[in-house]
Design a protein around this ligand. Structure first.
Ligand code: HEC
Length: 485
């Protein structure tokens, strides 16, 4: 049997699986980055509190720590498993590839995370109950554990873009997978933006400080932290771009949504202006304003960032060998992995997919549209939503009056051959090309011909004359807008 390792496709109508993941991931990045940055800030402040024997700084740590516990740790601990659940159903082969390379690294990350969680409780509840030196030691351990979680996760994220070293394809080995230039530059860049988030979210805590002098001091400290980290983050981002595959740059330059560039520039400017304003007039820092800024950064900064990172990896989802649609598109001798493309070329996607329903295994006149829809779900829906909205909706790419013939030419010439840099090679038998094209043409016209087609099917299956009589008016009205064009 020529079956390949594919799972049923998970698809959320109107949204697509990609956006569900992006939404959860964006919240997770906000929560996790804020807390890792705060951990390092705490280590610094606690050290200062110990040196200068200051209780107000410890009090600040306690308040910020409490805020982290209630918001970011809860949000982070819910969205973290949320990423696991959503990516496991949306991208089983992608996650599988990461687990095969990094399972013990993830286990180690989890241990550090447990230290972090215990640490944040200790930091908050032991203020004033242990001496300042002990408290400082706890915050340093907390900071180191937080940093360790970041380092491990960034290694894995970088692998998703590209294995650390080319030799990994031949030899495998997690160090080859893990350590590349991209890993380190990305680590620095994330640290910078992490501090930006820590400073912005910290504003919410500063807003609650009563003593004007102390409030001014903390607003200044966080302001400087925010300005320096935002500027270095922007510079590091330029450096980061030199470490990604050419492919990614191509997508980046040509294919990112138009709002991406202006949005990033806008958020950087707004952030810096905000910090300057808070340093100049600490009174401006009130909870609502600081909270609002955290949301602005979340929506305008992190969302485009997550979308970009996801887009830049195309057509791959992990390690430059698992396509986003879960097909393995390259041999990896070092891991004993074989490309699935030869099998697909031989028997087609319908036969090769273990979960294809029996009645769709071969295309015929009666199941053409359905088979086409199934192929679209399997091959395209991780990257393109077949509905009106969601990620890269398919209908945006075709003229309204695209014909079956033109569609077939595109599918066969471009999609089955892999002739386009940012999309996977998606082999199809001729009958499958015909089926997916029929579905795409139908879908492109807003799904109307689907109804026509369904009626047509009934026509075939039942008493022709009878059904035709009943549906002839319907068909006429349904197809009218199309013909009018
Ligand atoms: C790995 C993700 C991925 C998969 C799978 C994928 N595409 Fe794409 N596709 C892209 C990206 C990225 C673009 C670039 C356009 C953009 O980002 O808006 C694109 C562009 C296109 C375009 C516009 C082509 C152009 O040059 O402007 C069409 C049409 C298209 N895809 C159809 C499909 C169909 C049909 C399938 C399934 C058979 C499919 N794609 C599968 C990622 C993918």
């Amino acid at each position: 049997m020529d079956l390949i390792s594919l799972f049923p496709t998970w698809y959320e109508p109107m949204v697509g699986s990609g956006w569900v993941i992006a939404l959860i991931a964006t919240f997770h990045v906000l929560a996790s980055h804020t807390s890792v940055g705060a951990a390092m800030l705490f280590a610094y402040l606690s050290h200062k509190a110990y040196r200068e024997d200051r209780d107000d700084l410890l009090d600040f740590i306690k308040k910020y720590g409490l805020f982290l516990m209630v918001f970011t740790y809860v949000a982070g601990s819910i969205t973290g498993p949320g990423i696991w659940y959503s990516t496991t159903v949306a991208s089983p082969s992608g996650i599988g590839s990461l687990i095969h390379s990094f399972v013990w690294k993830w286990a180690a990350e989890w241990v550090f995370f447990v230290i972090e969680v215990v640490g944040v409780y200790m930091i908050v509840y032991l203020v004033g109950k242990v001496d300042k030196r002990t408290h400082m030691k706890i915050t340093v351990i907390f900071g180191v554990a937080s940093f360790a979680t970041l380092l491990i996760i960034v290694g894995i994220l970088s692998f998703m873009m590209e294995p650390g070293k080319e030799i990994w394809f031949e030899e495998g080995g997690f160090l080859n997978a893990f350590y590349g230039t991209n890993t380190f530059i990305q680590t620095f860049m994330r640290i910078a933006f992490m501090f930006t988030m820590t400073a912005v979210v910290g504003g919410i805590v500063v807003a609650g400080i009563k003593d004007p002098e102390f409030k001014k001091e903390m607003a200044r400290k966080l302001g400087w932290l925010g300005i320096i980290s935002t500027l270095s983050g922007a510079a590091l981002f330029q450096w980061y771009l030199t470490s990604v595959p050419d492919q990614a740059l191509l997508v980046m330059e040509n294919r990112l949504p138009e709002y991406f560039g202006p949005s990033i520039m806008g958020v950087i400017t707004v952030t810096i202006v905000y910090f300057m304003a808070t340093m100049w007039k600490p009174k401006l820092v009130v909870e609502s304003f600081a909270g609002f800024m955290a949301i602005v950064i979340l929506v305008l900064g992190l969302w485009p960032e997550e979308v970009a990172r996801e887009s830049m990896r195309k057509p791959w989802v992990a390690g430059q060998y698992v396509y986003s649609n879960q097909i393995i598109g390259r041999d990896v001798p070092g891991m004993g992995i074989k490309s699935q493309l030869p099998t697909l070329e031989k028997v087609g996607i319908l036969q090769a997919h273990p979960f294809t329903p029996e009645h769709l295994k071969t295309v015929n006149a009666g199941n053409k549209i359905q088979a086409g829809e199934y192929i679209t779900m399997v091959y395209c829906s991780n990257c393109h939503s077949p509905s009106e909205t969601g990620i890269r909706p398919l209908h945006r790419y075709f003229h309204d009056d695209v014909t079956q013939e033109r569609m077939q030419k595109f599918v066969k010439g471009v999609l089955t051959t892999g002739n386009i840099a940012y999309m996977p090679k998606m082999p199809m038998l001729d009958s499958e090309v015909e089926a997916i094209s029929a579905y795409l043409v139908m879908n492109n016209a807003g799904g109307q011909p689907a109804i026509t087609a369904a009626i047509q099917l009934e026509v075939d299956n039942r008493n022709r004359a009878l059904v035709e009589k009943q549906s002839i008016d319907k068909v006429a009205t349904l197809t009218l807008p199309q013909e009018a064009k």
